[in-house]
Each structure stands twice: as C-alpha cells, then as structure tokens.
Design a protein around this ligand. Structure first.
Ligand code: HAM
Length: 443
C-alpha cells in the first residue's frame, strides 16, 4: 500500500532533531517566563473576521495565505496565521484590559500560512511570542526587543542582527502615506505595483526588483516624517536600547507583513538562513485593540520563529543543543534482574531522575549498544552477581569508569545525583572554556 506523507510544507521534527527543537522552544519561552510575562493558551482557530480586522485585508497574509473553511454551523473559521490578534481578542473577551496594566502575556505554538514552501518557510510554523498591552512607555519597547535579543543569545547565537525603525502613528502616517503615494505616481511602475501603491504604498518600498528599487532611492521615508510625539518616543526607545546593551541597525525601509504596526517595529535577521532570514519580529500596535472592539490601549510584542531559530543554531554549528533526554539507562542481565530493575526504574523517576530500562531480554552487548544510543551519561547494570551481593554496577559513559555500589535505593540515589551534578558541572565548564567555533568563524 502507498505510504502517506505529511501535507506539503509542513515539517516533522523527529528524534534526535526534535530534542533540539524542544530545547529552542523552551529556551525562547523561558526568557519570557523569567521576565514576568504570564502564559496564555489560545485556540488554534478563530473567526475569520478576527484576522481580517486585526491583521488587515490588504496584507498577503489575509489575501493569500489563510487556511479558511466553513464549519458545520456555516461559520467562517481560519487557522490562526499569527498570534497577536488572538491575544487581543482573548484580552478583550476576558476583560484583562480592565485590570492592572500593562498586561504581559506569552504564548507558543503552531501558526498556519499557505505560503510557497521553501527552506525555512513552512505552512505550519512555530512561534514563541509575547505581548505587553496597556502602556506606551518606551521602556517596554526596549524591554521587549531586549528580551528577544537575550533569548537568541541564551542559545549561543551570535551572527544575527537586529533592524529597528519607527512607522509613526495614526496621526503622522496618513500624511506620509500621501507623500509617498505622490512620489510613487511619478515612477514608472507596472499595473500590479501601482495597485499596491494605492492600497498599501509602504509595501512598495520593500520591492527588491532592480527596476523598481532603483526608482525608489529618493523615496520619502516615514522616519523623516514622524510627528514630535513619535520622534520623542523613538528617541527614548533607542536610549533605553543602548542602556540594555542591545545593538541594532536603523532600517527606515523595513516593511512588515502585518498591517497593525505603529511606531517601533523590529526584525531579527540571520544571514545564515538564505532567503527566509527573519528569525523573529514584532512591534507596537496602537490601534489594534480598539479596532477589535476593545479599549484604546496600545501594545507591543514579538513572535520568534522556532523553526528558523533552530535553523540558525544549525547554521552556527551549535547543535546538538541537548545531549540526552535521559540521565540513567538501566540494563538487566538475565531474567531474574528484570523485576528489581523495573522497581529501581520507578524509584529513580519518582525522585526526578530521567531513567529508562532496556527491554526484550537483550544480550549485554546489544543492551550496551542501546545504552550508547540513548546518550545517557550513566548506565546501571544489574546481573546475577549484583543480585547475590545486593549491589549494582554504575558505568560512567564518558570516562568508561565502573563503580560497584549498594542497591540500597536511598544510598544509590544519593550517589547517582552526585554523579549527575558532577557531569552537569563538567558540561558547563567545557561550554564556557571552549566556546564552539562557528562555520562563519572558520571561514
Ligand atoms: P511575523 O513577522 O509574521 O510576526 O512572524 C514572526 C516570525 O515567525 C518570523 O520572523 C519568522 O521567524 C516566523 N515565521 C513567519 N512565517 C513563517 C513561515 N512561513 N515559516 C517559518 N517561520 C515563519 C508575527 O507573526 C507577529 N504576530 C509578531 C508580533 C507579535 N508582533 C507583535 N506582537
């Protein structure tokens, strides 16, 4: 019978790479968790109208990339293409905007965009995101950007850069938009680009085609048309970014794919990824909550692409990021050892030691091969000799050293924990003493 493949453009993460995927996702999440952001769990599908109103009908995301279907109750439903609109909907619906502000939330999970699949561009993509809602303080803009920067650095990533700009506000942008449209009307553009210029002129600035880009060199830029409030806000954001030690490039031509952005917008870019180099991005969205029927509250957030961050770690040769999911692998030798091994297995798991046992009555040779495959730092061997003396053999897989220890569970657990602590300390020491050289360092 023919095999069934995953739908086009949808990645599987299988072991051992799935360990690194999980590691990246948890590392990105833990930065938000450790910074006072509360977790929010959101539905994977929402009313289509939420994204039409929230993300904007002139965006590619809404026009071409949404997975939309009619459910059994004849409602138009869309698999979420991004997280911000859903967070706003949940904040309004659960009246979090009426409580203490700012509301700081983080989320993670899959998002869906029917884009043309290529390296780093998937139809099911994974993000870790944060949203800070209810404050326009530039400290929050800088904090959110610094959080993302720190999250990438905590993985060991070095060769990414950060682009930042201000897109102005609902007061100063309309006048700029008109100025840009007047400029674009003087250019020699094809029909489709002219249409884009009338619908969403800022997006034309991002056109990479030589014949278009060459005409846009003198195009007016939003950054030169900011109102006094936006200019002051942006100046302060940059001052705080400096204080937080974050480095960035001014990117006055940056165009984001979602319509809700105002003022500070940013993108993290990794040059090791080819065409799909945006590993994360975000910005402020002053009118979004009101647009969705909520209070006039401003907000700012980011979405970090887990898939692309993993690709960036691979491009910098940082993988494997996690050596093993196990601390201990237990090998019973002979049928009589199976029961004591299983009871030891559960005792170890009960005290938080990640453990597994070799099954199927394997020979010692084949069992040690299985132990090797797990990468567990410690292997416990229990055979007839150990059974008769009430002991176990503990093998340190890195040094090859073997110790005979008592099978008294409390005493054994204490020794195992000590060994695991030493093992962890050695790994940490190696990591700090010998920072990994990257492909780019070597070139
Ligand atoms: P976004 O820039 O559309 O922003 O997506 C954020 C990140 O998700 C991108 O930088 C990229 O790493 C990843 N990503 C996007 N599309 C794909 C894809 N097709 N395949 C793989 N990775 C992808 C947002 O979604 C906003 N909601 C972020 C935000 C939060 N802004 C304010 N708050």
């Amino acid at each position: 019978m023919a095999i069934i493949n995953a739908p086009k453009g949808v990645p599987d993460y299988v072991p051992p790479r799935s360990r690194d995927f999980l590691f990246v996702q948890e590392q990105l999440s833990s930065t938000a968790r450790l910074s006072g952001y509360e977790y929010i769990e959101l539905p994977v599908f929402e009313s289509t109208e939420l994204f039409e109103r929230g993300v904007g009908t002139s965006t590619d995301v809404v026009q071409k990339e949404m997975y939309t279907f009619t459910d059994r109750g004849d409602r138009s439903i869309t698999l979420r293409p991004e997280g911000t609109a859903g967070v706003m909907r949940a904040v309004i619906e659960n009246r979090l905007d009426k409580g203490p502000l700012p509301v700081k939330l983080w989320y993670r999970g899959p998002f869906f965009r029917a884009e043309r699949p290529q390296h780093g561009r998937y139809r099911q993509l994974q993000q870790v995101g944060v949203e800070a809602i209810g404050s326009s303080d530039p400290i929050i803009d800088a904090e959110v950007i610094a959080l993302a920067d720190q999250a990438y650095r905590s993985l060991g990533l070095k060769h990414f850069h950060l682009d930042v700009t201000s897109l102005g506000c609902l007061q100063c942008r309309p006048a700029y938009r008109l100025k840009l449209q007047q400029f674009l009307a003087t250019c020699d553009l094809d029909q489709e680009t002219m249409e884009r210029a009338s619908l969403n002129p800022l997006r034309v600035l991002d056109d990479k085609r030589e014949n278009v880009a060459s005409q846009l060199i003198d195009a007016p830029l939003m950054i030169d048309s900011l109102c006094t409030e936006c200019q002051e806000h942006y100046d302060q954001v940059r001052e705080f970014l400096r204080l937080f030690g974050v480095q960035w490039n001014e990117a006055p031509r940056m165009v984001r794919g979602l319509d809700y952005y105002t003022r500070t917008t940013f993108e993290f870019v990794h040059p090791g990824l080819g065409a799909q180099s945006g590993i994360g991005g975000g910005g402020r969205y002053d009118g979004l909550m009101a647009e969705l029927g909520g209070s006039e509250l401003s907000g700012i957030g980011f979405g970090l692409g887990v898939d692309r961050t993993l690709l960036a770690c691979e491009a910098e040769d940082l993988t494997p990021l996690s050596e093993s999911i196990l601390d201990v692998f237990i090998v019973p030798v002979g049928v009589e050892s199976r029961v004591p091994c299983v009871s030891l297995l559960f005792a170890l798991r009960a005290v938080g030691i990640a453990a597994d046992v070799c099954v199927d009555n394997r020979s010692i040779k084949s069992a040690m091969k299985a132990a090797n495959n797990t990468n567990a730092p410690l292997v416990i061997i229990l055979g007839p000799d150990e059974l008769s003396t009430g002991s176990v053999v503990v093998k340190n897989m890195a040094s090859g050293e073997q110790q005979s220890l008592t099978n008294d569970q409390a005493a054994l657990i204490a020794v195992l924990k000590e060994n695991l602590r030493t093992h962890q300390a050695e790994i940490k020491k190696l990591e700090t003493e010998k920072p990994k050289t990257t492909k780019e360092d070597q070139s």
